[in-house]
Design a binder for this molecule. Sequence first.
Ligand SMILES: [Zn+2]
Length: 452
Amino acid sequence: MDNLKSPKHDVHPSLPSLLIRDAHIWTKNDIIRGSILIEDGGIQRIARRISEPADEEILARRLVVLPGLIDAHVHLRDMRLSYKEDFTTGTAAAAAGGFTTVLDMPNTLPPTDSARRLQEKAGRASRKILVNIGFHTAAVGDRSAAKAMRMSGAFSMKLYLPRPIAPLDVADDRKILEVLKAAREASIPVTVHAEDAGQIGGTGKIRTFKELVRSRLGRAETSAVKRILGLQRQIGCRVHFCHVTLPSSISAIGSWSSGRLSSEVTPHHTLLSEDFVKTLGWKAWMVPPLRPPEVRKNLFRAMATGAATIIATDHAPHTIKEKRRSPQRSPPGIPGLETAMPLMLTMVNKGKFSLGRLVHLLSTNPAKVFSLNSKGRLEKGADGDLILVDMKKRGKVDPEKFFSKAHYSPFEGWKTHGAVHTTIVNGSVIYQEGEIVGKPGIGKVLQNGRHE
Ligand SMILES: [Zn+2]
């Protein structure tokens, strides 16, 4: 029956088309009732009624369609850290959490500190990914190295102030200026972990996780943010501040309207205070650490009012065995991809902030900050990355069910209201109602500025 194939299929073997029928669709600032047709991996039409047939159909009467979420800060490990997480388990966790694109951090083994390493990592990821992935690289002051990483698709250079990923004297302002200049010339943002090493206390006498948390006070962040902002002003490059924990940092950074400076908050810093460390210990240990209740509350407000630019999870999986070590030796970090959206939808359902704000923080704004120009919105011509959300579904955070290899969470047992129902990546259904239904390889490796 081969001769009955449509000519279109003979010329361009295309992806099956997908019709989402009768849904509540988030378009820019409003929800409309209608249908979405996806062809060849992209949104072809959004209309009240679409009658033409598609290869696959989803009837979505009770569901809300949102643009696929973008997590600009994940650690998917792989390579020599695959025992903690690999590209398949990490992107499965992303798909289950409603993230259709993730940007992966460079502190891997080996580190992503050159164009060659970036290409190797991208090649390895391409066969294993269920969602789209892009890569950040280590901060370097060498201009040609920065340019080469940019040409290989890097989304940013990560400046990790407490302990640089590639050799760099981070205490020397002149060295930081070299990084910022190299970034400006390569047209690439610098992503900063803003904690000044000099302000972080020693851990020698520490016996508890509570004491460990108190050894990294907010002043380490305050001084780092101030310092980097001062240097950025001299160069004018783009700087994105990762996981800031203090409302004062968000006001110092200011709004994204300049297109130069942006801020990121995490679900854990906005929902959990340091009081949780007493009872949860290693499960609530990450850097920067959790902050006092008043600070936490004001950080949540900064997020809910739109003062912060984006939400990212800082998904940072480790084994439970590693996490259970003594406070000095327990690696910081928690998995976050599978809890962020249900927790934030719960906040929306409680009236703490609007669904529109959430879409901006988790999709529209990260797309803008990291130049993912065909993502972060639902309209004709945009990529076929979208999620179907059930606003009414109730659940409970159960780390045993995570697709991530890291089966722990400080949110264990939290009741949730609102859930990701279906995740669609490049026009293909990849996750539906608790199951991964797509195959690794559906996700694409994205290159900064070259993914369209
Ligand atoms: Zn991180």
